[in-house]
Design a protein around this ligand. Sequence first.
Ligand code: HSE
Length: 293
Amino acid sequence: MLTVRAPATSANLGSGFDVFGVALETPADVVRVERAPETTISVTGTGSQYIPEDPEKNTVGAVADALDAPARISIDKGVRPSSGLGSSAASAAAAALALNELYDRGLSREELVPIAAEGEALVSGEAHADNVAPSLLGGFTVATADGVTQVDASIPLVVCLPETTVSTRDARDVVPERAALSDVVDTVGSAATLTVGMTRDDPVLVGRGMEDEIVTPERAALIEGYEAVRESALEAGATGVTVSGAGPGVLAVCRRSSRRAVASAMIDAFDAAGVDSRAYQTAVGDGARLYRD
Ligand code: HSE
């Protein structure tokens, strides 16, 4: 039997829609695999009641198919589904790493990225790699059609999850098909700033580089209380705030010294809007880890 812990991730980071992603230190999914004549899946943990165990409908089943690696697979969910933290991607990344090892497929983590992304296509309708790449590789990743670039980073973060859900499909429906050139120019500037910030472990540059006027405003409107949460986080010391992935999770970047205050401010602001929430005080972390039982 093999066990893999694969981290939650936050994709987009505002200016890098469908391209940027970071691995989070917490939370994570834990996936166990054993060889079997055909694939079966069992799911426990947070939000497990919303996840299909039918291999035809589960991201992990798609990964097992792609690797031609039938197995008895158990998934312990630490990453809440439809939260904006790459829940399905964490399971898919864990399964890809575990099954690659279980069947000696010999693929590198980079080569497993498109395979894990196939699982994502089941959930969102499109195979994008901005969540699976950081879950497999760790750190900050830039996923494009030409491949993935990765850099290790150490940036304190808070992710605050309201007790509401936004489906990835709904969140993709509000993304505009076209953008004004001035907004594109601003967003390219932000994305470049953020990338430099990641290479320097600089939360001020990363926070400033999350600004985006194209996708984030449309998605923020789907999250009750978002503007108040953003304002409160900035007042408490966050250096930048944006929607985590497709939402409804909200991501804040900060210095380590203000992380606790930022987390409290975000929870209080959601509470004032009548929305229960929980916050993870976390940081950019490592990729999936494999354990032999
Ligand atoms: N880049 C994706 C999106 C991440 O924002 O729709 C969620 O799967």
